[in-house]
Design a protein around this ligand. Structure first.
Ligand code: 0HH
Length: 211
């Protein structure tokens, strides 16, 4: 039996950063597909602390909230820096990822047709802080967003930028550090292999077909 079980819809969504963290760190995991939605409502929603997935089972320990799951796995697998200040920088960057993910999710699920042009217009301003932070931490040399060592935020930011490159192709072109760091993560051998799997290729980004 696999060590971890990820319960989620068959979309990248808030599950994908968790998946690539597990894959890139050689962690065996299974997926439980909670779709279709009526099955989710009947069987899964009532079990979830906030009525939502993803959920991660580690044996009989079950955890929800995607960022809590990333942090739990980070603590277990050495992906949370090596001192308090580095961990705080990782959290700081991840909170920035969460802010942009929130805006992206709002666009995708509530305002795609009317809001896309304005979202894309504002995107460089929203990417600029990531460029500055990664440039200061020399991420394009080390391949890690914070402190020269891979942490959970690398997976979360990478996934978010993957989505934005589909929403707005070329959006990283004005950001050399982000672009080269992103390319380094994309070239990590286990991530390359994972991106060639049918499981990944057949998975939609979002639940409503918009991307
Ligand atoms: N703060 C939470 C976290 O970070 C937010 C989780 C969340 O929004 O974990 N969960 C959503 C699913 S993510 C949820 O449980 C969006 C994917 C939707 C896929 C839809 C169906 C696809 C079918 C192929 N939503 C259900 C709910 O709130 O009732």
């Amino acid at each position: 039996m696999a060590k971890y079980n990820l319960v989620y819809f068959p979309v990248r969504g808030r599950g994908e950063a968790i998946r690539i963290l597990l894959v890139d760190n050689d962690q065996d995991y299974e997926e439980t597909n909670c779709a279709p939605f009526d099955k989710f409502l009947a069987e899964w929603k009532p079990k979830m602390a906030f009525g939502q997935v993803p959920a991660l089972y580690d044996g009989d320990f079950m955890l929800v909230q995607s960022n809590a799951i990333l942090r739990y796995l980070a603590r277990k697998h050495g992906l949370y820096g090596s001192d308090d200040k580095t961990a705080a920088r990782i959290d700081e960057l991840n909170d920035g990822v969460e802010d942009l993910r929130g805006a992206y999710v709002k666009l995708i699920y509530t305002n795609y047709e009317n809001g896309k042009a304005e979202y894309i217009e504002k995107l460089p301003n929203n990417l600029k802080p990531f460029e500055k932070l990664l440039s200061a931490s020399k991420a394009s040399d080390t391949g890690a967003a914070v402190g020269g060592k891979m942490s959970f935020v690398d997976y979360n930011l990478f996934d978010l930028l993957e989505n934005h490159q589909i929403l707005s192709p070329g959006c990283l072109d004005a950001f050399p550090t982000l672009k080269s760091w992103h390319a380094k993560i994309a070239a990590r051998p286990k991530i390359v292999a994972y991106h060639q799997t049918e499981g990944f290729k057949s998975r939609a980004i979002n639940g409503n077909g918009k991307q």
